[in-house]
Design a protein around this ligand. Structure first.
Ligand SMILES: Cc1cc2nc3c(=O)[nH]c(=O)nc-3n(C[C@H](O)[C@H](O)[C@H](O)COP(=O)(O)OP(=O)(O)OC[C@H]3O[C@@H](n4cnc5c(N)ncnc54)[C@H](O)[C@@H]3O)c2cc1C
Length: 386
């Protein structure tokens, strides 16, 4: 195995750092967090770099599918602000990956060029008030009525629904007793009559505000069924396809980004902050903590690159991506909490970004399959008897 960063990745990272410096200042990032707003102008500038197309083949207007590069973009944006990295995921991953993998040929040729141009974002409407990890039990229904689909139900924690173009909605499309054989995905524009959206107050991940979404007799064309007519009731296969591996890596990449910002901030603070006549970085307790943080960050980063490279090679990597999601998000959480400790009282107040990193990082082991769910997957897939 060779973990050296290829030239095109080094160049992309460099481009992203310059972009963040130019368009995503610390003060702006704090404002997006405080106001819980999506900075569309920054997103449009980002799209102009061509990075939305990193999950999309050139024949559809993309830059060619490159999962490692996509993760680097998520990592670098997340170092500064989830208010930009989450919308990036909504475009390149939620929209790009899913339409490429699961869309009909018509949907691919219509939507992928728009996604690559940064003109199309999807929000995920999967979770429901009574449905968390057990997605096969969703209750939102879709019924065919001629050329239309009629959707009824309620989604919870649907992030970015206020500014997305489509809610990528998991629905029950057949008899309830067939748990896995009666699910489908439907594209629902958020402004369709019968869709009602209300915000949920959350601790972090501001920018792509998370929401409750209800559907009351919402009518969309049957052509909004993801995958076309043959995909009716094939939602479970779509949900558990290769895209699931990339979903786990997206959350890991957010974790690497936030943790890396936290390490840098704590490192600089420790060098500057003086107590008892010398910089606190000279005390062994702080030095060891920073050394441990760097070590965990490097391990997390290597796991993410390894799993991304496997996905790029088209290898089966369900176990590796679960291990990566589990380890990286838990490591990121501990790194950020350590950085907060190094900043002492200043790690607890809004004048310092570490306070935001803490709120953001606590989400990562919960979403995209909780740590417990990843542990279940790893044990099951490795064949542990039960
Ligand atoms: C800010 C935010 C944004 C979100 N954005 C979206 C979004 O855009 N779209 C969307 O669809 N969802 C979104 N979610 C929902 C998120 O994906 C859910 O947290 C997830 O679906 C799990 O549901 P739950 O948290 O209700 O946990 P539950 O599944 O109810 O689990 C509760 C607890 O039980 C544990 N548990 C559950 N099952 C098992 C098991 N089999 N074995 C062991 N332990 C288990 C879990 O680990 C957890 O600790 C978001 C959530 C938040 C907080």
């Amino acid at each position: 195995m060779n973990f050296a960063e290829p030239d095109h990745i080094r160049m992309l990272r460099d481009t992203m750092r310059k972009f963040v410096d130019a368009h995503m200042s610390r003060s702006e990032a704090a404002r997006w967090d405080q106001d819980n707003v999506f900075p569309r102008d920054v997103f449009d500038e980002l799209a102009a770099l061509g990075v939305m197309g990193l999950t999309i083949p050139e024949e559809y207007g993309g830059a060619g599918r490159d999962i490692t590069a996509t993760m680097i973009v998520i990592e670098e944006l997340s170092r500064r602000s989830l208010a930009v990295s989450v919308p990036y995921i909504m475009a390149a991953c939620y929209a790009g990956m899913n339409i490429l993998e699961c869309g009909s040929e018509t949907q691919k040729s219509e939507l992928l060029p728009l996604i690559a141009a940064g003109k199309m974002l999807f929000a995920y409407g999967w979770t429901e008030p009574d449905v968390g990890a057990d997605l096969a039990s969703v209750r939102t229904t879709a019924v065919r009525d001629g050329d239309m689909l009629v959707v009824n139900g309620h989604k919870r924690f649907c992030s970015g629904s206020e500014f997305c173009d489509y809610i990528y909605t998991l629905v029950r499309s057949g008899p309830a007793d067939q748990r896995y054989g009666n699910l489908s995905f439907v594209l629902i524009p958020p402004h369709t009559p019968g869709v009602a959206i209300s915000r949920i107050g959350s601790m972090g991940m501001k920018g792509a505000a998370t929401t409750d979404v209800s559907f009351t007799d919402v009518r969309v064309p049957f052509s909004n069924l993801v995958g076309g007519p043959d995909a009716w009731n094939r939602g479970w296969q779509m949900l558990t396809g290769a895209g699931l591996d990339v979903e786990k890596l997206e959350v890991a990449a957010m974790g690497v980004g936030i943790a890396s910002a936290a390490v840098d901030d704590a490192w600089n603070y420790a060098n500057e902050r003086k107590q008892f006549g010398k910089a606190i970085s000279q005390y062994q307790a702080i030095r060891h903590k920073l050394a441990d943080m760097h070590t965990r960050l490097m391990a997390a980063r290597l796991m993410m690159y390894n799993a991304s490279a496997m996905a790029d090679r088209g290898e089966r990597c369900g176990i590796e991506t679960s291990m990566t999601k589990l380890f990286v998000t838990e490591a990121a959480k501990s790194i950020v909490l350590d950085s907060q400790e190094i900043l002492g009282a200043y790690g607890y107040v809004k004048d310092f970004d570490v306070e935001r990193y803490v709120r953001d990082v606590l989400l990562l082991p919960i979403i995209g399959g909780s740590s417990a769910v990843q542990r279940n997957n790893i044990a099951n897939w490795m064949g542990l008897g039960r």
